[in-house]
Write a protein that binds this ligand. Structure first.
Ligand code: NAP
Length: 286
């Protein structure tokens, strides 16, 4: 039976550290504050923003959700962000995606000032990631940061390992490939045009899947002669509406050394890392 890499123990441990840091800041009259911009009526966006608010408020931060109507104009949107960038009491901000079509042409990652960009998508933060700067100097993107923290918590080394990432998005696959490289892994990034995906995943020490297709990777992608570690980033619903990852858990779990379940694996770590980035932003503000 594989080791299940659960987020909960890491979340509980880190939450205590965040509470302690928040207390120290409060003694200096600083309350970590984040503003979240959410536009329109996307149900998933509403759920995600509420989750992030609840988590951060639990350890003592303030989170304001700015809910803008779907018909918000570019001018109104940019004014809202500009006000947040200028507000000295706000340490972090992020824009919950997706945005409505009239705002899609904007380079969303560039709008929030890099010092408040707790999502880690601003070019200045990404440049630090590319340059392998000290991670305290910039904001590491949340899902990739959460995955590294989970592996470290379970003492799974990445140095020298052959890591195969399936998915090359700007929020998961690409930044994770840089972060893994910075931590001395040898990384292969795969996507929908990759030939012989099975052959590549079967050669991996660590497989990370961020494809977005319910139970897409089954036993045929696994090599049970290796002690493989499988990280499932996918958050999907199957045709019966059941929440599941990209990995066919029932088939894959008996064949690998360790695996993240869905739910309870990578999901909560994105929120945790966002909270860590918020604290980092507030601490820098001293
Ligand atoms: P995305 O932007 O849609 O990217 C999906 C990637 O998968 C693309 O690079 C695509 O290749 C690749 N792909 C699609 N079909 C493939 C196939 N048959 N074989 C190999 N590669 C294939 O998705 P995303 O935003 O990265 O999200 C991926 C999944 O992770 C989703 O389920 C999402 O909900 C979840 N997610 C979870 C968290 C979390 O906190 N746990 C955070 C972010 C995302 P091309 O580039 O060639 O199209």
């Amino acid at each position: 039976m594989a080791i299940q890499l659960l987020a909960k123990p890491l979340v509980e441990k880190t939450k205590k550290q965040l509470e302690a840091k928040c207390k120290v800041l409060k003694e200096k009259d600083i309350i970590p504050k984040m503003q979240v911009i959410y536009i329109g009526d996307n149900k998933a966006s509403r759920l995600y923003t509420r989750k992030k608010k609840k988590f951060c408020e639990n350890f003592g931060a303030i989170v304001d959700i700015i809910h803008l109507p779907s018909e918000t104009t570019e001018k109104e949107f940019l004014e809202t962000i500009n006000n947040i960038n200028l507000d000295k009491t706000t340490h972090g901000c992020f824009i919950q995606l997706p945005v409505p079509t009239q705002l899609e042409h904007l380079d969303i990652g560039e709008l929030i000032s890099p010092q408040k960009d707790v999502d880690g998508f601003h070019a200045e933060n990404l440049r630090h990631l590319m340059r392998n700067s000290n991670e305290e100097l910039y904001f590491v993107p949340c899902t990739p940061g959460g995955i590294m923290a989970l592996l470290s918590h379970y003492q799974i080394p990445v140095e020298g390992k052959n890591v195969v990432i399936v998915g090359r998005s700007m929020i998961v696959g690409k930044p994770l490939s840089l972060l893994m490289t910075n931590h001395n892994a040898t990384v292969t990034v795969c996507h929908s045009k990759t030939n012989n995906l099975r052959e590549i995943t079967r050669s991996a020490d660590i497989i990370v899947s961020a494809v977005g297709k319910p139970r897409y990777l089954d036993a045929s992608y696994i090599n049970n002669e290796k002690d493989q570690v499988v990280i499932d980033v996918g958050i999907n619903h199957d045709q019966d509406g059941i929440l599941c990852g990209d990995i066919n858990f029932n088939e894959v779990e008996p064949l690998v050394y360790a695996i993240t379940p869905v739910p309870g694996g990578v999901g909560p770590l994105t929120v945790l890392y966002l909270a860590q980035n918020l604290l980092q932003a507030a601490e820098k503000n001293i």
